[in-house]
Design a protein around this ligand. Structure first.
Ligand SMILES: NC(=O)C1=CN([C@@H]2O[C@H](COP(=O)(O)OP(=O)(O)OC[C@H]3O[C@@H](n4cnc5c(N)ncnc54)[C@H](OP(=O)(O)O)[C@@H]3O)[C@@H](O)[C@H]2O)C=CC1
Ligand SMILES: O=C(O)C1=N[C@H](C(=O)O)C[C@H](O)C1
Length: 246
């Protein structure tokens, strides 16, 4: 153990990501302060942790943020399927503690979002944007948090509100594609760790930017890096480009 070892508490510890994060915590020379799942005591976990990492469920978010804020402990939120009210809760907690929220902790996706923003800014509205994601059969939310993060990057570059520009769940007589909209398609099956492609579809040419996750270790390592970075930050809301210096 190094002298800079950090006690990291894991929310959602028995899950696919929770287990991968525990392994990454140890590999990085830190300590797992403890772990909880659905009926666990988050207040006790916060008290014994220097930083919390939450990869669980949107339903758990409010209680987790309250416990982290009461204990003055920073928290990394990787849980996806968040709605607007969850983002308000995160903003509120970030007034008193450092909070990092992201739909994807990997280096590759963080860079992809940067590239998508660049491409969307340079290619005009006549280039249609479609975001396609594929995940394992156990995933419960769609579109993925990453797809939404990539959509936000494209919307920001085009100066539009993603909620208004999105085309999701096409089925039946949809009518023509709206100019300037951002489409989403979600595929589910097997054990796919997480594939994302952003398609820019122009007249007689296409540009595709893709990231393929080969396993969950990339998310787990990124989550540990985010924990390391977040400890010692002032209260506020942060995300991955700040951690990775992108
Ligand atoms: N940001 C990123 O980079 C990534 C984000 N994710 C996201 O992380 C989340 C977890 O994914 P994954 O590990 O695959 O899912 P799993 O279903 O494998 O794990 C979720 C875990 O959270 C626990 N849990 C559920 N409700 C609560 C609660 N109220 N309090 C505490 N723990 C709870 C579950 O426990 P129990 O079994 O008792 O219900 C389970 O152990 C998802 O939202 C996923 O999209 C995933 C990969 C990367
Ligand atoms: O649930 C998953 O597995 C994943 N969830 C995240 C998302 O919703 O984007 C990140 C990654 O793609 C894996």
């Amino acid at each position: 153990m190094t002298s800079s070892a950090t006690r990291i508490g894991i929310i959602g510890s028995a899950g696919r990501m929770g287990q991968a994060i525990a392994a990454a915590v140890v590999q990085a020379g830190h300590m797992v302060a403890g772990g909880i799942d659905k009926d666990g005591d988050v207040t006790a976990l916060a008290a014994q942790s220097e930083v919390l990492v939450d990869f669980s469920s949107p339903a758990a978010l409010e209680g987790n943020l309250d416990a982290a804020a009461a204990a003055g402990v920073p928290v990394v939120i990787g849980t996806t399927g968040l709605e607007e009210r969850h983002h308000f809760l995160i903003d509120h907690a970030a007034e008193t503690i450092p909070v990092l929220q992201t739909g994807n902790t990997s280096l590759g996706v963080t860079l992809l979002a940067h590239l998508v923003q660049e491409a969307a800014a340079r290619l005009g509205e006549d280039w249609d944007i479609e975001i396609v994601e594929t995940h394992h059969r156990m995933k419960v939310d769609a579109p993925s948090g990453t797809a939404l993060l990539l959509g936000e990057a494209a919307a920001k570059a085009r100066g539009v509100d993603l909620a208004e520009a999105s085309e999701r769940g096409r089925d039946g007589m949809t009518g023509r594609r709206g100019t300037g909209t951002i489409g989403f398609a979600a595929l589910r099956g097997g054990t796919v760790a997480g594939d994302h492609s952003v398609l820019f579809l122009g007249a007689n040419e296409r540009l595709t930017l893709s990231h393929l996750a080969e396993d969950r270790t990339i998310f787990a390592k990124g989550a540990v890096r985010a924990c390391e970075w977040l400890v010692g930050q002032t209260p506020g809301r942060y995300t991955m480009p700040e951690v990775l210096g992108l």
